[in-house]
Design a protein around this ligand. Structure first.
Ligand SMILES: Cc1cc2nc3c(=O)[nH]c(=O)nc-3n(C[C@H](O)[C@H](O)[C@H](O)COP(=O)(O)OP(=O)(O)OC[C@H]3O[C@@H](n4cnc5c(N)ncnc54)[C@H](O)[C@@H]3O)c2cc1C
Ligand code: SF4
Length: 477
């Protein structure tokens, strides 16, 4: 079903000697960078046992051909390693940086399971793609032919961009609309620059724009252009708007000054890194400098907030989470990073109220884990009489995200959504119940990962191509 870009003449020779013997253990280094990067990458890649049961590949949402690119890297055939890596992934250098590899490819590496420490697959993926950019091996986006049909994509996050890239390569006229002033979605304004450097995203945006994809930025679909008008402009439309409604906390005093949403806090910090004027940052409202910061939540967004606060020069940074370390939703690797940077975690702790007009403290209730709830997770229960006041000048709520109410906002009540408000789309074709309208990424899955958004975007692009090739046939099915 999914069309893959042509892979050019890469033959993997398993008999060829490795560039370096596999003499390095994972724990000798965590990342591949700096001096001797090529040797380190080759050594690390050479640790792959070529086990023949590539759980790493099955647990990568893009089913990247990891064993082959590791073998090629170990043999010093970097250009071919890059060709293999990019054949299934639109943004390999981005995934190499920010995939939670401990839950995906690396967590399922056979060597990791045997207790010898995983091959650092993400670091190798990042290294070979960064090298490809430096060496000029990354080909410009060039359509194979020009086609008359046009596709409108709402949302310039990874799902929308991955779809735009594939559609344009096949010659379609593609316009990407985004309400932000920059393309990239959460890769630009959510994920902090210390995890994903912004020029890495900008470089891809430019490549896509130079390939002929039109970007219409500062354009809020539903407000600046109606969804109906958008459908009238294009032969097919992809909804890739992500999820942006922050989950709120209900507790006395939650409206006090200094209690802010994670997305606002991280967006301000990212905008600052671009050199933008950000009044809420200058005023101190969204700046942790010199403050006692309390972050509420146990997901990756909470980890990004605590680590950003440390970098902004907070006086102290504490993270409250109502379950324990083993039951937190975020990556344990991220917790370890935060702890190394001086963040304190208060496990089994839930906020029950806030004191002060401008927040002065958080009332913290200590919890224990009780019986499993309907989801199978052990539910946190309050320990009677065990609570205390935690001093705070800035409280950041990082409780997760939900979809906005698209049918209402866009005045399309007929667009089917699930009971969680995500857009209902076929899991294979990504088509919605409206003819010619497809959906991909977080707006379908709920808050997820960049790598899943890329996969969805690529699959949706392939389905749109089929639809445009034979719309009548698909409609009849
Ligand atoms: C703080 C944070 C940290 C994260 N860290 C990681 C990480 O380390 N690794 C990882 O894999 N994932 C991470 N994620 C998740 C990841 O960023 C998302 O899963 C991914 O970006 C979803 O891609 P998307 O294209 O579906 O949506 P988005 O990236 O959210 O992009 C959607 C785009 O649609 C635009 N849009 C929305 N509505 C409209 C409209 N009406 N009109 C026009 N444009 C509109 C938005 O402006 C946005 O640019 C993180 C998320 C957050 C919030
Ligand atoms: S895309 Fe992500 S999961 Fe797949 S190989 Fe790369 S880092 Fe691992």
């Amino acid at each position: 079903m999914q069309k893959q870009p042509m892979l050019q003449f890469v033959t993997v020779d398993r008999e060829m000697p490795l560039k370096r013997p596999p003499d390095l253990r994972a724990h000798d280094f965590a990342e591949i960078y700096g001096e001797f990067a090529a040797e380190k990458a080759a050594q690390q890649a050479g640790r792959c046992s070529q086990c023949g049961v590539p759980y790493c590949q099955t647990h990568c949402p893009l089913h990247n051909n990891i064993p082959d690119w590791l073998m090629l890297t170990a043999q010093g055939r970097l250009r071919e390693a890059y060709e293999v890596a990019q054949s299934t992934n639109t943004f390999p250098e981005i995934c190499g940086r920010i995939c939670p590899q401990d839950r995906l490819c690396e967590g399922n590496c056979v060597i990791e399971k045997a207790g010898h420490g995983t091959v650092t697959i993400g670091a190798v993926e990042k290294y070979i793609t960064d090298t490809a950019w430096e060496e000029g091996w990354v080909a410009p986006l060039q359509p194979r032919q020009e086609r008359a049909e046009s596709v409108g994509i709402v949302g310039a996050g990874p799902a929308g961009l991955a779809a735009a890239d594939m559609l344009r390569r096949d010659g379609y006229q593609v316009t990407v609309y985004d309400r932000y002033d920059r393309a990239g979605g959460l890769m630009v304004y959510g994920i902090p620059g210390f995890k994903l450097e912004k020029p890495v995203v900008e470089r891809r945006n430019q490549q896509i724009a130079q390939g002929g994809v039109e970007f219409v930025l500062n354009c809020d679909i539903g407000a600046d252009i109606s969804f109906d008008a958008l459908r009238g402009r294009h032969d097919a439309v992809l909804i890739a708007t992500g999820v942006y409604k922050s989950r709120e906390l209900e507790a006395p005093g939650v409206g006090a000054g200094g209690i802010v949403r994670a997305i606002d806090y991280l967006t301000a910090s990212n905008r600052k890194s671009f050199g933008d004027e950000v009044p809420e940052f200058e005023s101190g409202e969204l700046n942790a400098f010199g403050k006692r910061v309390v972050v509420i939540g146990g997901g990756d967004t909470a980890m990004d907030c605590v680590r950003t606060a440390v970098r902004q020069g907070a006086r102290s940074v504490k993270c409250l989470y109502r379950r324990d370390r083993d039951n937190m939703p975020g990556s344990l690797r991220e917790v370890a990073n935060a702890e190394e940077e001086g963040v304190e975690f208060a496990w089994l702790s839930a906020p029950t109220g806030f004191a002060g007009d401008a927040v002065e403290s958080v009332r913290v209730q200590q919890m224990r884990l009780g019986r499993p709830d309907a989801t199978g997770r052990r539910a946190p229960e309050a320990i009677e009489g065990a609570d205390y006041a935690e001093p705070a000048d800035l409280v950041i709520k990082a409780l997760g995200f939900e979809p906005e109410d698209i049918p209402t906002l866009w005045n399309v009540p007929e667009l089917e959504v699930t009971r969680w408000g995500t857009v209902k789309a076929d899991f294979r074709t990504h088509s919605t119940n409206m003819p010619g309208v497809f959906a991909a990424g977080d707006i379908v899955r709920g808050a997820s990962l960049v790598v899943w958004a890329i996969r969805d975007g690529r699959e949706a692009a392939a389905a749109i191509m089929e639809y445009l090739a034979a719309p009548a046939q698909l409609a009849a099915e």
